[in-house]
Ligand binder design. Structure first.
Ligand code: F6R
Length: 242
């Protein structure tokens, strides 16, 4: 695992956007796995700026979701489909045809999960998967005690994660209880994992991920198993590292 400490979130965004630009230069139709939440926004802004202001060609890039709320209609502004379209796909000038995600409004959620894992494999696998980290060490929505071999499935959000995500909704009651998330095994299938963590609230989770034992109690520690995992942290998020 490589650890890169950057001064702030903007620098982390620039660094990771540069890595994505490099990937797209080598492989223009790369499949980029994206996370939602606040942390990756500087990456998406920096990447969109590169697509706008430089010769970088993103027109063949493909985008896939990491997770999705269950029960929100697809057009809900906080469904992760809507968020990824708004924050990633549209700013890059791409269309929905370049984009795939799990169907959180499917009648048969188990079948939708299986279909998504299959679709990722049929698309050739994820080239670079962006990850954030929860204060409890989750990646995707693999909460503590998730199987390290898990595949895409439905999960129940912890109360802590619902409280953390309530800022995107009018109140806590509106935050769904369930999500479809790529499993830890699914995430580990990606060729390159890039986790960005910023802010002091993530310091304990980052320390446990990087320096703690591999443990299902800290799902992000599964990155220790991956041959090409990069953890980018600002100084605040790095403050718990020895
Ligand atoms: C979201 C996701 C989550 C977030 C994590 C951190 O797609 O996969 O694991 O990355 O909850 O969220 P923020 O960045 O909002 O602190």
């Amino acid at each position: 695992m490589e650890i890169v400490i950057v001064p702030d979130a903007a620098a982390g965004g620039e660094l990771i956007a540069a890595a994505i630009a490099d990937l797209l230069t080598r492989k223009p139709d790369a499949l980029l796995g994206v996370a939602t939440g606040s942390t990756p926004l500087p990456i998406y802004q920096a990447l969109a700026a590169r697509a706008r202001d430089t010769a970088l060609d993103v027109t063949r890039a493909r985008i896939c979701q990491l997770d999705e709320y269950v029960g929100l209609p697809q057009g809900h502004p906080e469904s992760y489909r809507s968020v990824v379209l708004r924050e990633v796909v549209e700013p890059l000038g791409l269309t929905e045809s370049s984009f795939m995600g799990p169907d959180g409004s499917a009648e048969d959620i188990a079948a939708a999960c299986l279909a998504y894992d299959r679709a990722l494999a049929e698309a050739g696998g994820v080239d670079l998967q962006l990850l954030g980290i929860g204060t409890d060490g989750h990646i995707g929505f693999n909460e503590p005690c998730s199987s390290l071999a898990s595949r895409t499935r439905i999960k129940t959000l912890t109360q802590q994660t619902r409280v953390d995500n309530a800022r995107f909704f009018n109140n806590l009651d509106e935050v769904p209880h369930h999500v479809i998330t790529q499993g830890i095994g699914t995430i580990l299938d990606a060729r390159h994992l890039v986790l960005l963590a910023t802010g002091e609230a993530k310091a304990d989770a980052v320390a446990a991920t990087v320096e703690g034992p591999l443990s299902a109690l800290v799902p992000a520690s599964a990155l220790q198993l991956h041959p090409h995992a990069t953890v980018v942290v600002d100084e605040a998020a790095a403050s718990g590292l020895k």
